[in-house]
Every structure is written in structure tokens, then in C-alpha cells.
Design a binder for this molecule. Structure first.
Ligand code: TPP
Length: 543
């Protein structure tokens, strides 16, 4: 292959420049020989490469990093196996509305069909979980890469996928770079609905509702938090949220009813929803809900973008939330409501009371209380997937927007630790706390070394019950024989220490609180293993 002309940027250099120009300071990934040139051009363009130990973790971290910074998260992987490992984070970004741009290598199209080593139909594989799929070439880099970045941050945020072959990476990029560079910023297609009309309709409906419940969901943009809180406070409206928007209302306020969308106490929450005579679905996206009430009960939908899969409920007109909330807050409440969900709220909080039923374990409610008592309000909490997610999802008292991160549309294990890395790199000034199960932890504990190496220091609480407890409980409730849900213990403390991170084990809530408080205040990495008895979740999950 001829040496590229130094004056003309290569396709890899053009790609890197587009990424740097979008204000992206870090990409995440795991290399292969085929993406070395791209990684090198990113370095030259001032974009750091966060070297991780599994592509899946890199993709999950990148998406959280991007969403917290209001820009695309970028993950780079090699072709074949590296790309295949990205299916989970791409699916997660697709369903959980996270902006993720994956760039992998691919065998060049011009190679003979007999060249099959590591060749997978990557575009076909990723198309069903990507908003945009394209090949980056010398001719297209300056247009395709900005288009891909922009597509990922168009609401609802989503995954996009690009391939850049090693051969093409070295070719000259023939199209001049655009002047000025397009701005890559979160975008909402202006909805057709008139906010004043929508506000009047909603006000009229509320005037005749005895037990209204505002349910805020994944499609609600955190930038409207202040508007939402102003309206809810002025009208004293009961409010519930889905896990993915925890924190858009302060969950310690008296009007907070609970978290809907399959967490602990879901039966209680479903009863509360059924008891409401007006359900206002503000950005509510059913992708988070594993039951069918959103289709069976009447919901007054207030949406400004399609749901994660591009669907809008029949007959619903999209309307911009900012103007709608301003119009509502500008008027007086049409009536008063006197805590119509008080009984549900009391029953919900009472579920945190109890005692561990096995020696040497900690009651799940005490874990929440110990940590919530010491974590500053801006603490970013991430969870993995399992019983602990149900616990934290329902009971962690979030107080600020974008301070709670879980995989809920996809519900993919492996999220918690990866998300904590992305979150800490995006918000170095915020304390970060990851709550994970021992099953999920053993999927990617090795990323503790990554976290330490890249300076993403946070506290990880590992709830140890020696089992895939959520599935064990499901097995039990389906009256199946107990079978193959318990695994052998891996010593969490030794595992963390092997990765260079300090660790301890405790079943004392006081010790948990003081150890977490100290590490959070000193921005130090710490792993705290907390033994729990899976059976102690039963009451919370059945409620
Ligand atoms: C990648 C992936 N594999 C399997 C599952 C199914 N699953 C959901 S929760 C769970 C158990 C998780 O166990 P652990 O991490 O120990 O958490 P715990 O339930 O014990 O709190 C499993 C296997 C999943 N959601 N994601």
C-alpha cells in the first residue's frame, strides 16, 4: 500500500478529528491490531483511550460517560470477536436510551470472499439494535462520522454502529472537512403538539381527579427537572418515577409515592397505580415495565419523543415538556389533594424494617439505611441486575437528577461496575457508589483494576449471597425444585485486593456506614462485601 500523503489526513485521522471536535475527551475500548491506527489518531487528536478488560464493559462505561456529559459515548473494538462482545452494551443503549457510538474494524469489502477469518456480518448483526449503521471510508468519514454522533444524541438517545477497516483507516480522506464543524448536541425533533392546549387538557382532567398520580419515566429529559419540581411542588401532586429517572424528584419529599417498573414492592406499586383515577405518564416508556398495566389501564400520556423502540401509543400527540411544564406552573392548581396515596407510602417504607434471619448477614433494609445515611446528595449510585437492583431501585432515596444508573430496559448483568467507571470519569467531583450482586461482580470484577488505573475511584458494595438470588426466588415462587442457582464462593475481599483495591467484609451496619463514608469523602476505591440472606428479600418482593 502506498504511503499516505502527509498533507491529506487519513480516514482514521479524519474520524478522530470529528470525535475530538465534538468535545469527546475519552473513548473506551479494547484493542486489536485492526484498530491500532484509529487509536493512535485519537491519541494525536487529544482523545484518551480508556483501556478496559472486556468490550462489553467498555461499551457500558462509554454510554454512561456520554449520557452524563450530554454527548455521544464512544467505544472502539476490533473486528470479529471484539465486535461480537459489543452486542450487550449496544442492546442496552438501544433499550435504555443511552447514546453509544461503537466503532469496530471489519474485513474490507474488496477482500476476496474466501477471506473468512474473523469475518462476521457485522452490519447485519448490529442493525436491529442501532439507529444508524455505516461504513467509514475516505470518501465518507467527514460526513458519516458526524451523522453517526448526531444520531446517537437525538432523542430518544440510541446506539449507532460504524465499521472502519484497517486498510481504509490508512487511506487518504478525500472529502474536505466541514467548516464550521457541525455541533453535536442532544436534539429533540420539535413535537407537533401545542403545549398550551396540552396543559389546559391536563389541568381540566386534574380538576376532576381525586387520586391523580404523575408517573415520570425514561423519556423525561433531566434538563427539565427544575420545571417538573416547581410544578409538582406548587400543585402538591403525588408522584412516582421509574428507576431510570430516579432523582428527578427528591424521593425524601412527602409527595413521593415510590418507584414503578419492576422493583421491590412492585405489587404494592401496581396496586397504587390501579387505585389512581388519573395516571399521568410523563415521558413514561414501557420499556422499563415488565407488567402490562401500562396497556390495560388508562394512561394520560405526556410524551415529547417516541419510546426507546420508536413507538408512540396510538392517538398520542407528542408535546414539548419544557413549555408544557412552564404553562402548568404558571397557573394555580385546579383543586387540592390530600395525600391520596398515604397508606401505600407507609406500607412501602415499612418494608425496610426487619432483621436478618441468618447469622452473620445484614438485613437488606439496613444496607440502604446505613449507606443513605452517609452518602452526600450528589452521590451517583449504580446497580447491577438482580435482587440488589430491586432493593436499591425501590428504596435508595435519590435526591438529584442523573444520580442513579441501572440497566432496566435490557436489565443486563455486568452494568453496575462498568457504569460506575463511566460515571466517575464523567463526574470526577461526585462521589460514586456501585451496588452489585456477587454473581454480577464475578462477571467483571477485573475492571476494578481498570478503575484504579484510570483514576475512577469509587465504593463498591457487593451483596454476597452465594447465588443468583433473584432467579432463585423466581424458581421458588414458580414452585420449581431448587436447582443450580447457588455457586461456590469467590472471596470478594481477596478478589478486590488482587486488583489492587482495598476491601473489607462486614455484617455490621455501623461499620458499613463508617467505611463507606470515609472512602466516599476521600474519593478512595473501596470494596465492601456484605453478606446477605437471599430469603430476606422475599417479603419485599412479594409486597
Ligand atoms: C447478562 C445477563 N444474564 C442473565 C440475566 C438473568 N438474571 C437476572 S438477575 C440474575 C441473578 C443475579 O445474581 P447476582 O448478581 O448475584 O445478584 P442477586 O440477584 O444475588 O442480588 C440473573 C442470572 C441477566 N439479567 N443478564
Amino acid at each position: 500500500m502506498p504511503e499516505p500523503d502527509q498533507a491529506i489526513p487519513t480516514t482514521a485521522a479524519a474520524t478522530a478529528r470529528v470525535i475530538a471536535n465534538a468535545g469527546i475527551e475519552r473513548v473506551f475500548g479494547l484493542p486489536g491490531g485492526e484498530v491500532l491506527v484509529l487509536i493512535d489518531e485519537l491519541r494525536r487528536a487529544g482523545v484518551d483511550f480508556v483501556l478496559m478488560r472486556h468490550e462489553s464493559n467498555a461499551g457500558l462505561a462509554a454510554a454512561v460517560y456520554g449520557k452524563l456529559r450530554g454527548q455521544p459515548g464512544v467505544v472502539v473494538a476490533t473486528l470479529g470477536p471484539g465486535a461480537a462482545n459489543l452486542l450487550l452494551p449496544m442492546s442496552n443503549a438501544w433499550l435504555d436510551q443511552e447514546p453509544l457510538v461503537a466503532i469496530t474494524a471489519q474485513i474490507p469489502d474488496e477482500f476476496p470472499p474466501t477471506h473468512t477469518h474473523q469475518k462476521l456480518p457485522l452490519h447485519e448483526l448490529f442493525r436491529p439494535v442501532s439507529r444508524y449503521v455505516a461504513t467509514v471510508t475516505g470518501e465518507s468519514a467527514a460526513t458519516v462520522v458526524p451523522r453517526a454522533l448526531a444520531a446517537s444524541v437525538t432523542r430518544p438517545f440510541a446506539s449507532v454502529y460504524l465499521t472502519l477497516s484497517a486498510r481504509e483507516a490508512l487511506r487518504p480522506s478525500l472529502v474536505p472537512e466541514p467548516t464550521p464543524w457541525p455541533t453535536i448536541a442532544p436534539t429533540l425533533a420539535v413535537p407537533a403538539g401545542d403545549p398550551a392546549v396540552a396543559a389546559r387538557q391536563l389541568r381540566d382532567r386534574l380538576a376532576s381527579a381525586e387520586r391523580p398520580l404523575v408517573i415520570v419515566g425514561l423519556g423525561f429529559d433531566a434538563s427539565n427537572t427544575h420545571r417538573l419540581q416547581r410544578w409538582l411542588a406548587a400543585w402538591n401532586l403525588p408522584v412516582a418515577v421509574t428507576p431510570k429517572v430516579k432523582g428527578v424528584v427528591d424521593e425524601t419529599t412527602p409527595s413521593f409515592v415510590g418507584v414503578v417498573g419492576g422493583m421491590a414492592a412492585d405489587g404494592l406499586m401496581c396496586d397504587a397505580i390501579a387505585a389512581a383515577d388519573l395516571r399521568i405518564g410523563l415521558g413514561l416508556d414501557p420499556v422499563e415495565i415488565d407488567k402490562t398495566w401500562h396497556a390495560e389501564l388508562a394512561v394520560h400520556w405526556v410524551l415529547e419523543a417516541t419510546n426507546a423502540c420508536g413507538v408512540v401509543p396510538a392517538g398520542v400527540e407528542l408535546v414539548e415538556h419544557a413549555s408544557l411544564l412552564d404553562a402548568l406552573a404558571a397557573e394555580a392548581a385546579p383543586r387540592t389533594w390530600d395525600a391520596p396515596f398515604a397508606a401505600f407510602q407507609q406500607r412501602r417504607l415499612a418494608l425496610l424494617d426487619g432483621h436478618a434471619t441468618a447469622p452473620g448477614t445484614m438485613w437488606p433494609g439496613d444496607i440502604i439505611r446505613a449507606l443513605a445515611g452517609v452518602a452526600p446528595p450528589d452521590t451517583i449510585v449504580t446497580t447491577d441486575v438482580g435482587s440488589h437492583k430491586y432493593l436499591f431501585g425501590q428504596f435508595w432515596p435519590s435526591r438529584q437528577p442523573q444520580t442513579f444508573w441501572m440497566s432496566n430496559g435490557l436489565s443486563g448483568m455486568g452494568y453496575g461496575l462498568s457504569a460506575a467507571i463511566g460515571a466517575k470519569l464523567a463526574r470526577p467531583e461526585s462521589p460514586v457508589l456501585a451496588a452489585v450482586g456477587d454473581g454480577g461482580f464475578s462477571m467483571n470484577a477485573q475492571e476494578l483494576e481498570t478503575a484504579e488505573r484510570v483514576g475512577a475511584r469509587f465504593v463498591t458494595v457487593v451483596l454476597e449471597d452465594g447465588s443468583y438470588s433473584l432467579i432463585k426466588l423466581a424458581q421458588e415462587s414458580r414452585k420449581l425444585e431448587p436447582y443450580r442457582m447457588d455457586f461456590g464462593r469467590i472471596d470478594t475481599v481477596k478478589l478486590a485486593e488482587a486488583c489492587g483495591v482495598e476491601a473489607l467484609r462486614t455484617s455490621d451496619p455501623g461499620e458499613l456506614a463508617s467505611a463507606a463514608a470515609l472512602a466516599l469523602s476521600e474519593a478512595r476505591s473501596l470494596v465492601i462485601a456484605v453478606p446477605v440472606n437471599y430469603a430476606d428479600y422475599r417479603g419485599m418482593f412479594k409486597a
